[in-house]
Design a protein around this ligand. Structure first.
Ligand code: GUN
Length: 287
């Protein structure tokens, strides 16, 4: 069989159209949704991601504030920047681009962000709400993956899902979102023993390893008609690649995402959506 390509750009455009309308409604109430980004150091990939996020904000009318900090700043200095953004009532969402330089601690940093402005869903408060099915702000990539399922009316109830990733930004939040939809979810990682066997049993595989020297999902590892969501992105001889080769996997899968043009555009679109959610939360709570 040849499956259906899940076109991330097309789905992201639908999300952006909805966000654009929400921005107009907020502006009519004199609220100008604003996202502040914090980029520490000069990692070119991180800088490029932040630029993409700013451009997307601009497209839908969200204001951005760009904080670029030197690679050698201290944790105290970074905390001060976040405190100031927490207090700034014109800022609705705060995103600290990860990874951070070695002298800075990711948990300390993201925990400092006000949960009401936490557009990455990384604060302990929002992670706790997610685990209890009460989250308003959830990490963008997992939300993007759920948007893909919903766009294609993929029913998750009772489906066996294998996630190959256990990070705070991807694997763990996706686990909770899928569980809420009554899927049976297995989270795999570098120490999982029978990964290929588990993949072959899965109705849906969500893979986010991002290193082809460690892992490639090949067609022999999936069952006929499986759904494959490739969250990974890495460079292979200057080409952007995921954990699988789309042209091959689509011969056996019922749905699959390409890289690039799959999950990536949706991650950005969901950041815009989260910024609007954060703006609404801030208004409701009179901040
Ligand atoms: N680095 C890679 N992906 C992300 C993301 O979704 N959010 C943040 N803050 N940093 C990232």
């Amino acid at each position: 069989m040849t499956g259906i390509k899940i076109d991330g750009k097309e789905i992201a455009q639908h999300v952006k159209d909805r966000v654009k309308k929400a921005v107009e409604e907020l502006k009519a109430q004199n609220i100008n949704p604003c996202l502040a980004t914090v980029l520490v150091g000069e990692n070119p990939a991180s800088a490029a991601y932040v630029r993409t996020k700013h451009k997307a904000c601009e497209e839908v009318g969200i204001i951005t504030k760009d904080h670029k900090l030197a690679s050698n700043i201290t944790q105290t200095e970074l905390n001060e920047t976040i405190d100031n953004l927490n207090k700034d009532t014109s800022v609705h969402g705060i995103l600290v681009q990860l990874p951070l330089p070695d002298q800075l601690n990711e948990f300390t940093t993201t925990s400092k962000i006000s949960p009401l402005k936490d557009v990455d869903g990384l604060t302990p408060y929002n992670v706790g709400l997610l685990a209890m099915k009460k989250a308003a702000l959830v990490a963008c990539t997992p939300l993007g993956v759920m948007e893909m399922f919903d766009y294609h009316n993929i029913n998750l109830q009772g489906k066996n899902v294998v996630i190959i990733n256990r990070s705070n930004l991807v694997g763990k939040p996706i686990y909770h979102l899928l569980l809420e939809r009554n899927a049976t979810v297995i989270t795999c990682h570098s120490k999982t023993k029978n990964l290929e066997e588990l993949c072959r049993l899965a109705d849906i595989i969500i893979t986010a390893v991002g290193d082809r020297t460690k892992f490639t999902l090949t067609p022999d590892m999936i069952k006929e008609g499986a759904i494959v969501i490739d969250v990974a992105i890495s460079r292979n001889e200057e080409k952007l690649v995921g954990d699988t080769d789309f042209d091959q996997i689509i011969q056996k899968a019922s749905f699959a995402t390409p890289v690039p043009g799959g999950v990536g555009p949706l991650t950005v679109a969901m950041l815009l959506k989260n910024t609007i959610t954060a703006a609404s939360l801030n208004i409701q709570l009179g901040q």
